[in-house]
Design a protein. Structure first.
Length: 165
């Protein structure tokens, strides 16, 4: 990351300073999501600028190979923010996984204690439990009511033709 710092502007350096390990560890999941969004926007901006400049150079030089090395600072900035984005993404994944595990453990503990809101729980008003009941039957659909109705009607028409013969 230090290789790219010389090319960044002051406001971009401020954003990169937020990636210091102490600051990253202090952020919760929401803070990390906000930082991830801001770093991704900065990366996309510089990638877009680099690609636009390279596209203009292709017209001037007549070949993509000749135009690519002339990316200048925008390419370096894009690389800096790409690396920054990977750092934030890694930390965000770690924190999100830890929170998911904590939530899972909390739910399992409630279920073991009998306080779950699942089947058979007595959290209903009046303390009545749900009886065994009957499972719902599953009706296979193709994804749309109109399409299903059309298919049934088509089958009925075919059967009507056969019956009339």
């Amino acid at each position: 990351m230090d290789d790219y710092l010389w090319v960044l502007k002051d406001d971009e350096l401020d954003l990169v300073r937020e990636l210091e390990p102490k600051r990253l560890k202090a952020l919760d999941e929401d803070g990390l999501l906000d930082l991830h969004r801001r770093v991704r926007r900065a990366r996309n901006k510089h990638v877009k600028n680099y690609r636009r400049k390279a596209a203009r150079n292709v017209e001037e030089l007549g070949a993509r190979g000749k135009a690519a090395p002339k990316g200048g600072k925008s390419r370096w900035r894009a690389a800096a923010f790409e690396e920054a984005l990977s750092m934030v993404s890694g930390r965000l994944a770690h924190v999100a996984h830890a929170q998911a595990e904590a939530l899972k453990d909390e739910r399992l503990a409630k279920a073991r204690a009998g306080r779950s809101a699942g089947p058979g729980a007595s959290d209903r008003p009046g303390g009545k439990k749900v009886g065994p009941g009957r499972a719902r039957s599953h009706q296979k659909t193709t994804g749309g009511k109109k399409r299903d109705a059309s298919t049934r009607a088509q089958g009925a028409r075919r059967q009507g033709k056969r019956d009339s013969k």
